[in-house]
Design a protein around this ligand. Structure first.
Ligand SMILES: [Zn+2]
Length: 254
């Protein structure tokens, strides 16, 4: 049941949520608002408790607690105490480094979040603070996402400190897209055979699939069959190849 779309509220005119709730994803479920263990509604009171109940190392819990209390020595906080002359972020050297910028929105690190599918979908709009961001995860997402969030935040902060103090730091390398593989037709008056095999351990069988096409992209033959499990990948490849040749001869291709 979706919070925004469905009619689930008792004792009100149209039984649905009329507030715009711009920070909530459209498909967020009502069940995400319920503490499944205690079968009670989650409340903001659980926020601080929720941090200490996260199943992550204690050092990460302490770190998160400090972020949420705005006691992290960000450049903004250091500048406020007259410890550093300016509040610019040490990584991008562009915007003030407050807590949210330090662990989430700095352009030097933000790519990490948006290359991870689960975060790209979970945070469609920019949060106004880290506490709001964490609340969204704690109250509206599965617990494993919150654990991933805080763990990556911890790593990013350590990486930033390593860079700042001249220690070796992990490289943030954006993942490369997989190379495009496009099927091409064979030379004129030739046929192209594509085949593959899959191993089914439960049934101890090997499945082999074959498709043969001509230079006009037309399928002239297709085959799927199963065989007892081969002993090695090399034997499996050889078996598939043998079946391909036998099949091609059967349908008159030479
Ligand atoms: Zn920055």
């Amino acid at each position: 049941m979706q919070i925004k779309e469905d009619r689930w509220l008792p004792r009100c005119a149209n039984c649905s949520v009329i507030s715009p709730l711009p920070l909530l994803d459209l498909d967020t479920k009502v069940s995400s608002l319920i503490d499944q263990d205690k079968v009670v509604w989650k409340t903001k009171k659980n926020f601080w408790k929720g941090i200490w109940q996260l199943w992550v190392p204690n050092k990460i819990k302490h770190f998160v607690w400090r972020i949420c209390n705005n006691t992290l020595p960000t450049m903004v906080n250091l500048h406020r105490r007259h410890i550093v002359p300016n509040m610019s972020c040490a990584l991008c050297n562009d915007l003030p480094e407050d807590t949210l910028h330090a662990v989430w929105s700095c352009r030097v690190i933000s790519g990490v979040w948006f290359t991870l599918e689960c975060f790209r979908q979970s945070v469609p709009s920019q949060p106004s603070s880290f506490n709001e961001l964490l609340s969204r995860f704690m109250f509206c997402q599965e617990e494993f996402r919150t654990k991933i969030l805080v763990t990556i935040v911890w790593f990013l902060r350590n990486r930033r400190n390593a860079i700042l103090f001249g220690r070796p730091a992990l490289l943030l390398v954006p993942p490369r897209p997989p190379p495009m593989q496009q099927w091409r037709p064979p030379e004129p008056y030739c046929y192209k055979v594509n085949f593959d095999a899959a191993v089914f351990h439960v049934s101890s069988l090997v499945g082999i699939g074959v498709i043969i096409r001509n230079d006009g992209w037309e399928v002239v033959g297709a085959l799927s069959l199963s065989n007892p499990m081969a002993q090695s990948v090399a034997k499996l490849e050889a078996l598939a190849c043998l079946k391909v040749v036998q099949f091609a001869l059967e349908i008159g291709l030479t």
